[in-house]
Design a protein around this ligand. Structure first.
Ligand code: AMP
Length: 411
């Protein structure tokens, strides 16, 4: 496949300079497809998840078009609105605009709930080109008269599926209803369930549909293995794996907030720097934990699916699925944290007896089998052995190695 350069996509000099500074040499597939369409002013329906380079795919042409119109930032009336479901994602999008727009005269702000509103109100009053917001706080500030969208000519709805999952659809509709009908609109979503398709029909006009399939491409770059291990042995297995310094920057996923805390505490006691992030932590605590992880002060980040959504941290060496997700799509999202923008990565999954159906669903979705790791000492069971031990009790059957604490499982 021939790859175009960013210049060939029609991007202007200040943007090319910023990209060179960030060492981006080649556009990702979504950038290659979306940038020219957006520069022409068309609407886009992007089926893509975080990790595909979608932020730059929309931020770069938006910045270029903004510079071309030359409108000055007006108090309370942003030219561009980007809506994101979570604070973390909103902050990351803001950082993207800051990076790509570093050689341009562009004013942006990020607003979200859970923190005081006055700095946000001040930023809005000074005037903005680009406003990045979560729907709840935005609606709140609109209600108070701090923002008006009647002159906002560009709309981006990012992670629309997650936005709907989180119950923001009414807020999103209310917000969009106040915008001009004549505008450029972009909707990005990792998946396309019916309700997202319906929303996209409402807000997009003759969109170009761009689908990038990280589910296949990202997954291919990641070495994926599974440890069959009883739930009671998972913490010991994790601790054992962490003795290997190759696990330098690790995200561990759990299904629940409670488990995230417990796992972080446990490995912390074993002398490994770890932090948990999940929805029960304050915004400040989450930001602190993320920053410490990003700076390498914390080696392990233990996260729930929602909290990890949209986290953008490069050089994650390993993703550990301490518990398998019950939705196979989450597996793809999780392991994608370790293969950012084309890098390869390693994903290790712990699967106990009750999680076997989740494992099957994951293998069905990704179309491949995870490599089974047999040589570990934590109640490793060959799934075939377990199946056969269930169907025909074999009292004299010798186990290959002493079982440690797996009485719940086999027998
Ligand atoms: P995103 O999907 O927007 O969250 O981007 C994922 C990661 O890829 C971010 O860390 C970006 O900085 C990085 N990235 C985006 N586009 C490129 C590119 N063309 N070359 C190298 N890295 C990129």
């Amino acid at each position: 496949m021939t790859s175009l350069s960013f210049a060939a996509l029609g991007l202007a000099e200040p943007l090319l300079r910023a990209l060179a500074r960030e060492n981006y040499t080649t556009p990702t597939p979504i950038q290659e497809q979306a940038i020219p369409k957006l520069l022409e002013g068309g609407d886009i329906l992007g089926i893509a998840q975080t990790g595909t380079g979608k932020t730059a795919a929309f931020a770069l042409p938006i910045l270029q078009l903004l510079a071309a119109t030359g409108t000055k930032p007006r108090p309370r009336k942003p030219s561009v609105l980007v809506m994101a479901p979570t604070r973390e994602l909103a902050i990351q999008i803001g950082e993207g605009f800051k990076t790509y727009g570093q050689f341009m005269n562009m004013r942006y702000a990020v607003i979200f709930g859970g923190v005081g509103q006055s700095p946000q109100v001040t930023a809005l009053a000074k005037g903005l080109d680009v406003l990045i917001a979560t729907p709840g706080r935005l609606l709140d500030l609109m209600g108070q008269g701090h923002v008006k969208l009647d002159e906002t000519h560009t709309l981006v709805l990012d992670e629309a599926d997650r936005m709907l999952d989180m119950g923001f659809v009414r807020d999103v509709r209310k917000i969009i209803a106040t915008m001009p009908k004549k505008r450029q609109s972009l909707l990005f979503s990792a998946t396309m369930p019916n309700d997202v398709a319906k929303l996209s029909q409402e807000i997009l006009v003759k969109p170009t549909r761009i689908e990038v399939t990280p589910a296949a491409t990202t997954v291919e770059l990641i070495a994926q293995s599974v440890f069959h291990v009883p739930a009671s042995q998972k913490r010991a297995l994790l601790e054992n794996l962490l003795e290997d310094p190759a696990l330098a920057r690790v995200i561990v996923f759990t299904r629940t907030k409670h488990r995230a805390n417990r796992v972080a505490e446990h490995i912390g006691k074993a002398g490994v720097t770890a932090e948990a992030i999940h929805g029960n932590k304050s915004q400040n605590a989450r930001q602190r934990a993320l920053a410490a992880f990003r700076d390498g002060k914390v080696r392990v980040l233990v996260a729930t699916d929602i909290a990890a959504r949209g986290i953008d941290i490069d050089d994650v060496t390993h993703v550990v699925n301490f518990e398998l997700p019950n939705e196979p799509e989450s597996y793809v999202h999780r392991i994608g944290r370790t293969a950012r923008a084309g890098a390869s990565g390693i994903a290790l999954s712990f699967c106990d007896q009750e999680e076997r159906p989740y494992l099957r669903a994951i293998e069905q979705l990704t179309g491949g089998r995870l490599t089974v790791v047999n040589d570990h000492a934590y109640g490793a069971e060959n799934p075939a052995e377990v199946e056969s031990s269930k169907s025909k009790p074999a009292p004299q059957r010798r186990r290959r190695r002493p079982s440690r604490g797996n009485t719940k499982q086999a027998a």
